[in-house]
Design a protein around this ligand. Structure first.
Ligand SMILES: [Zn+2]
Length: 205
């Protein structure tokens, strides 16, 4: 991915979106989130179109809802959630919708501690059905993980997901900007997001 394929505007927009997410997470972790209750008038204002600040790929785990842990409201995040943020099936198309149709230049992958999908992928127990496809995909990202290492596996899963999305040639906005893909790790104990890979967006923050 070269810098020449991205405008300064897209970079600034993506960086601002990442800071918005991190600021919101700080409010959440501090136990002082904003109110996201909408008045009827505010709901009506959202009717014509959606303008989310970021596309988020997260896990289905009930304890890690992106809108809550990032303290964002209705209309703020374009969220795709799959177990272990696997990309099988329609997840990629949904992510593309956020970038290609809505023009969002930031894709945030949010891994989390204690991820059951990662633990299932680490175990050698065979799993049938679509669930097996899913854990199989996650397991394929863990080939360099030695032994039973959930922390290492969580990091490897995040890194591989970010790399897979960056390798796509289809995450491009209507203005021709390749989306910035960042990797975040949500620590369930502290409530904090750890920036594992900021795609260079926070360099001059
Ligand atoms: Zn999970």
């Amino acid at each position: 991915m070269s810098e020449s394929t991205r405008s300064t505007e897209a970079r600034e927009q993506a960086a601002a979106a990442l800071r918005t997410i991190l600021d919101g997470n700080r409010r959440f972790a501090d136990g002082e989130p904003s109110s996201h209750v909408l008045t009827p008038a505010q709901r009506e204002a959202l009717l014509p179109a959606q303008h989310p600040v970021a596309v988020v790929l997260g896990c289905v785990d009930a304890r890690v809802p992106p809108e809550v842990v990032m303290d964002q409201g209705v209309g703020d995040l374009f969220t795709v959630r799959t177990a272990g943020h696997s990309l099988a099936g329609v997840a990629l198309g949904s992510l593309e919708f956020g970038v290609r149709i809505l023009g969002v230049p930031l894709v945030a992958v949010m891994a989390h501690t204690g991820c059951g999908a990662v633990l299932a992928a680490l175990s050698k127990d065979p799993i049938d059905g679509h669930l097996g496809e899913l854990t199989g995909e996650v397991a394929g990202r863990l080939t360099n993980v030695v032994g039973h290492d959930p922390v290492g596996a969580t990091g490897a899963n995040l890194e591989a997901t970010v790399a897979a999305l960056r390798n796509l040639e289809t995450l491009v906005t209507p203005d021709g900007d390749e989306a910035f893909v960042v990797g975040l790790l949500y620590d369930m104990a502290s409530g904090l997001l750890i920036v594992e890979d900021d795609a260079g967006l926070l360099a001059d923050a």
